[in-house]
Ligand binder design. Structure first.
Ligand code: 5RP
Length: 219
């Protein structure tokens, strides 16, 4: 079974966590794309979806699911999204697709965060995947210098602008032993919009696609 098949398996397994009606939160990425495809046959159940990116918004609209402004949606029952890395406490690294800020907002506004991924995303220590940090453009060099002081090697994701008009620094060479602490520290750097560490608001359920079938992990 290849990685994409494992992503699809996790995406399909997430359907059982969906409410019978209402508005659901939908993330971004190739795993979520499988999830969106799987929503089509059951789309009549939902009033609509709050989307974490322009890319997912387009995909949701293409299959006829109304996209609802989070400000009008109230608290969401469930948010389904992927991840670039997860540890066993379900702290995550997210933002490989650059949608980390809206993803973090929707995760915060949801009662349950169901994370879907293939088994390669589960790690003992996070940081092998470069940590995305969304930054106000004029603060790029300053924030990069501060990230170097924390032991990382920030690399500007050139030719990429987020849906919010900002830039991304991908921080390499981090070994993240205390995810919540590092999340707080990076959040304090002036000019940082969002750090792609989801430790203060981790996932509630992680569904991993594996060759043996979907595996569910709860902290
Ligand atoms: C986008 C994300 C994605 O969830 C993450 O990059 C995983 O992507 P994929 O499902 O394509 O492996 O955080 O900002």
């Amino acid at each position: 079974m290849n990685q994409d098949e494992m992503k699809k398996q996790a995406a399909l397994a997430a359907l059982e966590y969906l409410p019978d009606s209402g508005i659901i939160g939908v993330g971004t990425g190739s795993t979520v794309n499988h999830f969106i495809d799987a929503l089509e046959p059951i789309k009549g159940r939902f009033e609509g979806a709050a989307s974490s990116s322009e890319a997912s918004t387009e995909r949701l609209k293409a299959i006829g699911i109304p996209v609802i402004d989070l400000n009008a949606a109230g608290e969401l029952e469930v948010y389904v999204d992927g991840a670039d890395e997860s540890n066993r406490q379900l702290h995550l690294i997210k933002g490989g697709g650059g949608a980390l800020t809206r993803e973090k907002i929707i995760a915060a506004a949801s009662k349950k965060f169901v994370c879907i991924a293939d088994e390669t995303k589960l790690v003992d220590v996070m940081g092998k995947f470069p940590l995305p940090v969304e930054v106000i453009p004029m603060a790029r060099s300053y924030v990069a210098r501060e990230l170097v002081k924390l032991g990382g090697t920030p690399v500007w994701r050139e030719d990429f602008i987020t849906d919010n008009g900002n830039i991304i620094l991908d921080v390499h060479n981090l070994e993240i032993m205390e995810p919540a602490r590092l999340e707080t520290t990076i959040n304090q750097i002036v000019g940082v919009v969002t750090v792609g560490l989801f430790a203060h608001r981790p996932a509630d359920v992680l569904i991993l696609g594996t060759p043996e079938g979907p595996k569910t992990i709860k902290p």
